[in-house]
Structure formats: structure tokens, C-alpha cells
Design a binder for this molecule. Sequence first.
Ligand code: ZN
Length: 387
Amino acid sequence: MRRLILSLTVLLLCCGVAAAQMRIQPSVTKSVATKTTDKPAPAPVKKKAPKPKTLPAQELFGSVLSPAPLAARSIGSYSKGCLAGGVSLPINGPDWQVMRLSRNRNWGAPQLVDFLERFASDARAFDDWPGLLVGDMSQPRGGPMLTGHTSHQVGLDADIWLTPMPERTLTRADRENMTAASMLQDPLTVDPKKFTILQVKLIKRAASYPQVARIFVHPAIKKALCDMADQVGKDRSWLSKVRPWWNHYYHFHIRLSCPPGMDGCVNQAPVGSEDGCDGKELDNWFALLKKSAIWQAQQATSSDSESAPRKRKETPLNNLPSDCRSVLTAGGNELMSSDDELPPEAVAAMDAKEAGPPLPVLTKAQLDMLLAGGDLEIPRPDRNPKR
Ligand SMILES: [Zn+2]
């Protein structure tokens, strides 16, 4: 339906343009036409039947509901690849529950599923974390998604909520409607009542496994981890894997390295040995965050804040590794064509509620403070600054 509306809109737009041109034409050719009245009107140009459009990879992968029955393999890189032989993380485990089931994104390489089960169990046994709420992993055959992430394509990425798991088994409806807690009290600062030593221990645990390549958190969380690391032990080496990135303020993102010996799986360059707590990197991030927070706050107050929804970049299937075509068609799956409707499951996945609340917006006083070149000064009575 969504695609139908889109095509209709495009059609209407095209027709609008064509109609406008047609309306202009007669007045331009009028004087010529009166002189040559006996000339037959030019035959209408025959329109060629439009070539069947190859759908973007987002739609092709987003509409397949089952894994590729092939040997398990992560193919390509985290943001340009796909997954053969994906397995699903059971939606309920002894120490985890999968959220937003309508998205059907609890798929991964077997190594990711094994990892998450082990991590969930360790976190409960050693870090007092009652259980993981698991957000998006990958689609059954990986690949780019119709909504959300640019990575998560090869079955080696997983988003974990920073909200502890409740004791009870959540209903399907709970898993669609619950909102993860934001760890931020303003765009630049974590809320010490939400982001506590428990979250620090959880992230440290995740970073400590050798198969974990990187962990992504909001820059304010990275800063908080730097400040609080000494409260959870002397070792700070785990911090090097924890990288600041946009939007990870109610969940953190675990990325595994390619399993050893897996052909065609492309790793990122390994992280360096610095903890990333001093120096330019965090400073640059905070400069970016400030800019972005100022822009957001100004957008929120300006009268014409209605901005057009950003168009998603479409990936042609040919831009992915060539094996991804075989992944799509494995098991007799026919590639969706532009005449087909998206399956209702894919539409439901697109319509699923965001997992977290929107980013906090600066108050007027905070905005003025930042515009004047100052910093946000918020008393943090709960913070223990011991070193
Ligand atoms: Zn993520």
C-alpha cells in the first residue's frame, strides 16, 4: 500500500509537470499554427512501456520473512552485506527477552546468537543485571532495512536496551509498546539516576569478550563511562572498544568481529589501544553534539518547523556483494517485483514504534547558555567524583 501511494504520488507529480508543459505549449506555437493550418497535427508520441524497475535492496531484503537455507555466513561488511544461514534468537530465554517482535529482526549469525545467550547469562551472574532486553539484530537474510540502521546487515550487530529486564515475561503488546528509558537528562549529559554503575558494569562486560569488535554509545555515555570506569575496577582497556556514536542513548550496540576464517566477511580496522577519554575525539563529539542540540532547539521553536521527511537512500542490489543475490533467492524465494505489494509483515515492521524516546531538547535557558558560548551547568548531586 505504502509503495502504491508512493508510486501514485510520483505519478501525480510527473503528470503535474507534464500537464504544466502541455498548457504552456499552445500559446508558444499559436502564431505558427495559424499560418500552417493545413498541416496535420503531429502524431502523439507513443509512450514506451516502462521497464520493470528493480527494487532497491531495502525492499528485497525487508520483504523476506525466512532465513536463507545455506551454510551460515556473514557476507560483506556491516553496512553493505547480507547473511546466509541466519538463526533467530529465541524470543524468551532464561536471562533475556526480545523486544519489538513485529520487526522480525532477531536474526543473526549463529556466533551472535551464542554470544548473546552467554552475555545475558554472565551479566546476570556477575553484574546484577536482571536480564537483557534485546532490540534489533538483523533481518532473516540480513541486508539493508526499510527503516532504521544502515549497519546490522551481516548478522553480527545487536542493539541492547539500557533498561533492565522486568521480572515478568512481557506480552507481545508490551514488547511493541514499552519505551526504553533515555539515559540523558539533556542533549549533552547523562542522567545519573538512570545511568548508574549497573549500566557501566553491563557495558564493560560486553566489551570484555574477545569476539566483540566495537560497542557504540552516545557520546555523553562514553564520557560517563570514562568518568565512572574506576568504580568498576582498575582495568580501563575495555574503554577502547566503546565508541561514541549518534542515537545510542537508550540502547548500546554490540558489534562482533567476523568469525575467524569466514570467507567474504569484511572486518573494520581494529580499534587502537587508547581509551578515548582524553584528547580531541570526545571534544569533537561534544562540539558536534552542541551544534546539533542548538539546531534541534531552534527547529523546535521556529514556526515553520515542519520539515519534509528525509528520503531514504536506496541501495541497488548490485551494490551489495554478488553472493547476496543468491542469499535472496535461496530456498526458491522469488524476488519481489515492483508490481508486488510489500507483505503485511514488512509493513508492520516499518510501522513498529520507535524503541526509545526522542532526544531531549534544550530548554530556552540552556539554548541561550550554549549560544553565548557557555556550557550546560547542571548540578549532579548523585554523582560520586572519586578517582
Ligand atoms: Zn545500533
